[in-house]
Design a protein around this ligand. Structure first.
Ligand code: AKB
Length: 336
């Protein structure tokens, strides 16, 4: 018999692991997880795990035939730095893989007459500011401004936002009777910081890398200039935002793509926070001009008014609470 299910793709990534932990605790869902890698030991038993490639049609057919999805959290993606090293693969995974999954959500929505929710993490990489002057002048970027991404990762995120909107509002618009369509909802995330995992392949990674290195007494050479500024958020708030958006009544949503953020820090501010808790940290700044240029094209901060107004978004962690109560104690424990 088909079981009503929540699917998490890319579960072995940073957001995927944190999301599985929270959803499994709630015990409200039959959870299926999907990733190229096996589920880490600590998570075994929390979900039915399927190991495979998002581009493998036979695995996708198996998922579609075996389960009735209520919610799909589609976290699988190549991040911005990896995407610049392998742009075609990033396009395949991030764009083609996402559309293949949207097809499943769409077909199941039509077959059951119920809108399958498709929750998609987008990113500040969907923005592209042409120069530092514009970055300073357009400080709190709104969803509709400056969407000229400079990376394959950013292009695929922006593109999938558009396709998600298309699948939710217009797919089969010429059919005699309007079909029941999937329900796409997306969050444009800032740089995310977890106490339990270290990112890889992203360009906002300089923040979390600096902190995790300091906690291990390792020297760290930061790959961006001191003055580079982007918004950040800690992982519990990222998970909270995904679940709150997924549970929000559709009639409250004025858009399908929302900015969310918590605090904005320059690389130097980040260093200051790290030094406050790890005074012996050895941090130097050795900018990599190419990765630097990517971060320069991202906004200094985000305007998340729409999320606050439509579905009550409010981060639990400002910068002080983030370091004092979540990051530092958990990271200290981790490397003790
Ligand atoms: C990356 O750096 O690629 C990601 C992001 C900001 O979306 N962390």
């Amino acid at each position: 018999m088909l079981k009503k299910t929540t699917l998490i793709t890319g579960v072995c990534g940073e957001i995927g692991q944190a999301l599985l932990e929270t959803l499994a605790e709630k015990k409200e869902h039959n959870i299926v997880t999907f990733d190229l890698k096996p589920l880490p030991k600590a998570f075994q038993g929390k979900s039915t795990h399927i190991e495979g490639d998002i581009l493998d049609e036979s695995i996708l057919a198996h998922l579609a035939n075996e389960y009735e999805f209520e919610v799909i959290y589609h976290m699988a993606a190549l991040l911005s730095t990896t995407g610049e090293k392998k742009p075609l693969l990033a396009h395949e995974v991030n764009a083609c893989g996402t559309i293949a999954l949207m097809e499943i959500a769409s077909k199941q929505s039509r077959a059951r007459g119920e809108r399958v929710k498709f929750i998609f993490p987008s990113s500040i990489a969907a923005y592209g500011l042409p120069d530092l002057k514009t970055k300073t002048e357009h400080y709190y970027i709104g969803e509709k401004e400056c969407t000229e991404p400079t990376t394959m990762y950013g292009c695929t995120k922006l593109y999938c936002e558009k396709i998600g909107n298309y699948y939710s509002e217009y797919l089969l618009q010429l059919a005699e009777e309007a079909p029941v369509r999937m329900d796409f909802r997306s969050l444009r995330f800032p740089g995310l910081i977890s106490a339990f995992t270290v990112p890889s392949g992203g360009t906002s990674d300089f923040g979390p890398e600096m902190l995790h290195a300091a906690a291990q007494n390792k020297p760290y050479a930061c790959f961006v200039r001191r003055d580079v500024r982007i918004p950040f958020m800690v992982m519990p708030d990222a998970v909270k935002s995904l679940i709150t958006l997924a549970n929000a009544p559709l009639e409250n949503l004025s858009t399908r793509v929302y900015n969310v953020t918590s605090f904005s820090l320059s690389a130097e501010d980040f260093e200051e926070q790290v030094q406050k808790y790890f005074p012996n940290a050895e941090i130097t700044f050795e900018p990599d001009l190419k990765r630097q240029a990517i971060v320069d094209s991202w906004p200094a901060d985000l305007n998340d008014d729409a999320a606050r107004k439509d579905w009550g978004w409010k981060p639990d962690y400002d910068v002080t609470r983030a370091f004092e109560e979540y990051l530092v104690p958990n990271i200290r424990k981790r490397y003790r």
